[in-house]
Design a protein around this ligand. Structure first.
Ligand SMILES: [Zn+2]
Length: 565
């Protein structure tokens, strides 16, 4: 059996690949029946799967070790050719939507493929290739800058990810120092962070106007494949969060302050939930993985098979190390039918979230890997997060394995932090609307806009005397804002759906699990709202869904004597 280390990467020859693709596309165009066209699609998809495999291998290996010169160089190369490869996809989509066999193909694949093709065409034109290349370079520059952080703290140097645990230390002074050290890194590099974002905003505006849009907002929605909802619906949804959730979250922060015994909750107190410390996993990374194995063995036959597949092939790189990029992700290496999980274990409960959240993504893609066309392997992002966030809740019965005496603490924090996240999530979304509607803004104007959003959505927030982040700059640590514009509201929409799975799994576990498994198997074969419906969930956009969903969460939180935790 091949393991990840042996998955082969070889730099592709772009010119040769383009020629090969042209031959395949001709076969598609000249097909005289739907069957023939389906055969041609299969060939085209095999070609695309190979490219996607090479991309993923490079990005995974480059992010595991940013000091590996070979893969850094290959990533630069991939950044450069990505728009050219995107052009090949679009060429295929342009032919696809012209097919005389559309009704036969729709019968086989449904309409979502054609929607995706339409949106991909709208997001691209050869005239913007140079601009897209610049965009990729800038986003890579951002991630390298963040990964380069060597922050001095208590006489040692740390990456930003490694500072995380200190920000939730029981000792207030340690928390404050750790948060200030992280903020200090951003302050020391403020000019760079400002400049990268300023260039990105202007560049994206130029891409949008070149493609014929008024500004980047519309293009941002198209890129994110927001097929069945629009900016107005999102604005209405944000309003629901503001009305139903912001007051609730303010109340939660008040309780938190009382619980940890301080008068006024500062930013650096937000991550500490209990006087006796937060819930932490009670063992080493190996021990966590061993318990993860037991959990997935017991959860269902499907998760059992899946987790062994991941372990047998070394498809998880979980521990934090110097030079490793921050954050966590899950991706899929098509030629090897392999999900891959990347994370930075740091001894906090986040480590278990990796094992449930990222593994939820991996489990979904494992379930849909045989779905036939690459467009359907993953759903769009807001739908994809339903799988991951719901897995966090569906694994609740096994949390004792990891947290032992801290299990109740963990569960309370898990639900409370899910709620607390929502106002922040919609603030990040509204911020991006404002930024791209006003591309001429200066870095200072952007920071002022963020500060106003904090007043609206995070009225409890108080940075105290913390430098820099208090000036409206904290969003600079949120990679999505740089790397994947408008990819954020997704987490909040999915959280509302995952809360529904939490509730349903407590009422009828079997029915909830079956709907979940079915949702995983559907992959991306439907649009977001189509998947929500197929999973028997209520749409977060419908008036009342936000309110009724969080009501159940609030009741549960109210029923807990949080001071005893
Ligand atoms: Zn996720």
């Amino acid at each position: 059996m091949q393991t990840f280390e042996n998955y082969t990467y070889e730099r592709p020859d772009l010119e040769q690949s383009k020629e090969k693709f042209a031959v395949l596309l001709d076969a598609f165009k000249n097909a005289t029946s739907a069957d023939e066209q389906n055969e041609a699609i299969e060939q085209i998809n095999a070609f695309r799967a190979h490219f996607s495999t090479l991309f993923n291998l490079v990005y995974i290996r480059a992010s595991i070790d940013t000091n590996d010169e070979y893969y850094q160089k290959e990533r630069d190369y991939m950044d450069e050719i990505a728009p050219e490869v995107q052009k090949l996809d679009t060429d295929f989509y342009k032919e696809l939507i012209k097919t005389p066999f559309r009704s036969e193909l729709e019968k086989k694949w449904g309409t979502q493929l054609f929607e995706i093709a339409d949106y991909s065409i709208k997001a691209f034109a050869p005239e913007v290739i140079g601009l897209l290349q610049k965009e990729n370079k800038l986003t890579s520059e951002y991630s390298r800058l963040v990964a380069s952080a060597q922050v001095e703290f208590n006489g040692e140097t740390y990456t930003l990810a490694q500072l995380g645990p200190f920000m939730q230390d029981k000792d207030r002074d340690v928390r404050k120092k750790a948060a200030s050290a992280a903020s200090g890194f951003f302050e020391a590099n403020a000019e760079k962070f400002d400049a990268i974002y300023d260039q990105l905003v202007k560049l994206r505006h130029e891409i949008a106007t070149t493609l014929g849009y008024k500004n980047f907002v519309e293009l941002g929605y198209i890129r994110m494949m927001r097929i069945d909802y629009n900016a107005d619906m999102v604005a209405n949804y944000r309003k629901q969060v503001q009305e139903s959730i912001v007051p609730l979250v303010s109340k939660l922060y008040k309780k938190q302050a009382e619980r940890i015994g301080i008068d006024s909750l500062k930013f650096y107190d937000e991550s500490i939930e209990y006087k006796t410390g937060n819930a932490t996993p009670k063992g080493s990374p190996e021990w966590i993985i061993e318990n993860g194995k037991k959990m997935y063995e017991e959860l269902s036959p499907e998760t059992n098979e899946f987790f062994h597949y991941m372990l047998d092939r070394n498809l998880m790189d979980l521990e934090a190390k110097k030079g490793k990029e921050s954050g966590g992700y899950c991706t899929f290496i098509e030629d090897y039918q392999s999900p891959f999980i990347f994370s930075n274990f740091n001894g906090t409960s986040d480590d278990i979230d990796v094992l449930t959240h990222e593994a939820g993504h991996a489990f979904q893609v494992y379930q849909s890997r045989g779905i036939g066309i690459p467009e359907y392997i993953w759903p769009t992002h807001e739908a994809a997060e339903i799988h991951s966030m719901s897995m966090e809740f569906l694994t609740w019965p096994w949390m004792e394995l990891f947290f032992q005496e801290d299990t109740d603490k963990y569960k309370y924090s898990h639900l409370a932090s899910g709620l607390r996240f929502l106002p922040y999530g919609v603030a990040v979304d509204e911020f991006q609307h404002l930024v791209y509607e006003n591309p001429e803004w200066s870095p200072e104007e952007r920071k002022a806009a963020w500060k106003q959003l904090e007043e609206k959505y995070l009225p409890h927030r108080d940075y105290g005397d913390m430098p820099y982040w208090g000036t409206g700059a904290i969003w600079q640590r949120q990679g999505h804002i740089y790397e994947s514009p408008f990819y954020y509201i997704d987490y909040t929409l999915a959280q509302i759906c995952a809360f529904q799975f939490w509730k349903r799994s407590r009422e009828d576990r079997e029915a909830a699990w079956n709907d979940y498994l079915n949702l995983c198997k559907l992959g991306g074969s439907k649009s977001f709202l189509g998947l929500v419906e197929a999973a028997n969930l209520q749409s977060p956009f419908e008036d009342g869904t936000v309110e009724s969903t969080v009501q159940a969460i609030e009741e549960w939180l109210e029923s807990v004597d949080d001071k005893s935790l």
